[in-house]
Each structure stands twice: as structure tokens, then as C-alpha cells.
Design a binder for this molecule. Sequence first.
Ligand code: ADP
Ligand code: MG
Length: 229
Amino acid sequence: MSNDPPAIYLDRIERHYLQGDDRLDILKGADLAAWPGQSVALIAPSGAGKSTLLHIAGLLEHQNAGEVFINAKATSGLSDAARTRLRRTEIGFVYQFHHLLPEFSALENVMLPQMVRGLNKRAAEQRSRELLGYLGLKDRVGHRPGELSGGEQQRVAIARAVANAPRVLLADEPTGNLDPRTSERVFAALAQLVRACGLAAIIATHNMDLAARMDRRVTLRDGRVVELE
Ligand code: ADP
Ligand code: MG
């Protein structure tokens, strides 16, 4: 596994925020790599910088220093258009709240990113049905988000995140809003996809039971990533 390049590699990431005259140093040289098929749990207290790290890893936010490599390719010199393209094809993102489009069905929510990328409707629909079926939602494809339970909504959000077959899956407390049993089901779906698709996954979570079942566990300590155990 380690002989291949990591699917994602964060190299000495620094990030600060300016608040009036104050400078908040959140990330101070954070390093983290994840390889295909590997799940990494990111466990740290609220305010430690988990979301900041994931947003930078997902090319949603710029770091102040350091480099994000996706499939061994440096990203900091890319144009906004190239970043967007790379994000669309190589990175899937799951948030704590599903952010599904309320006016569209589960099926359409999963089809849309594929059509944005240029896939024809028929192929997008076929892949969406397969993915939703795989996540146990075969009988829910026509439902709008408001007609789905919290766990079902999150599974649709996961299907959408991997719709374009990314190499990297980033999830920011994906079960943070769910009861324990539902969390378990959503996590199982995530773990199954990580293995089946050979994804490199970084998942921020407060759930120690779920974290224990991932391949690695890391935390953020004083702005750096520290391996646990
Ligand atoms: P976590 O996800 O671990 O709870 P975050 O990455 O959301 O932590 O935030 C880390 C710290 O950075 C917090 O103290 C937060 O207040 C601060 N922060 C995050 N985003 C901004 C911003 N846009 N402007 C100023 N401070 C921010
Ligand atoms: Mg957060």
C-alpha cells in the first residue's frame, strides 16, 4: 500500500484567520497522507481545526502555506477552474448536514454532479441507481430529501459524494447529527464504499466506536496532525 503514492497528501499546511488585530493560528504545519482503500479517523475537540483541514484538503479553502497533493499532483498553483475540475472528479465531500437539493429526488441529487461533469442522462441515471441500491436505498430513489429519514438523507449524500468515482472521500462529522443506530448504518455504508471503491477517506468524527473501526486514527494537537496509538 505504502509503495503507491498517497491519494491525498497534506504537506506542512498552515492556516490562520485574522480577527481584527488578532491572528488565530489554526494549522501550524499539519501533515497527513491517506492511501487508496484506507480510512483515517480525524478525532479532535471542537475548534481544533478539523473542518479547516478538511476544507483545505478538499480544495474548498486555500491554505496560507504548505501544499495539498492529490494523486501526487501539487494543487496550489492551479487556477480556480482547474481546482474546481479536480475537486469535481477526484474528491467527494460529505458534510454533517446533507445539503441535498430539496426540490430534486434522491436519484436526481446523485445524477446531477455526473451530468455537470458531462455524463449523459442515461448513464448518470444507471450509475445513480446502482449506487443508491448499493447503499440500501433502492426503494427510495424517487423520494425527495424531505421524504427521507436522517440516515437515508446521509446515505444519499454519500452516494452523491462518490457519484463521479473520486479517489478521495472527505467527511466532516457525517454521523454527528444522527442517533447511534442510524450512525452505525451510515458508517457501515461509508466503510463498505471505501473498501469497494479503493477510496482514501478522511473522516472527522466524535464517535470513538466508529473511529476504532477505521484503519488509522489521528488527532490535531497544537495545529499539527498527530497519529494516535
Ligand atoms: P473544528 O471543525 O475542529 O471544530 P474548525 O476548523 O471549524 O474546527 O475551526 C477551528 C478554529 O478556527 C475555531 O476556533 C474557529 O473559530 C476558527 N475559524 C474557523 N473558520 C474561521 C473563519 N472563517 N474566520 C475566523 N475564524 C475561523
Ligand atoms: Mg468542524
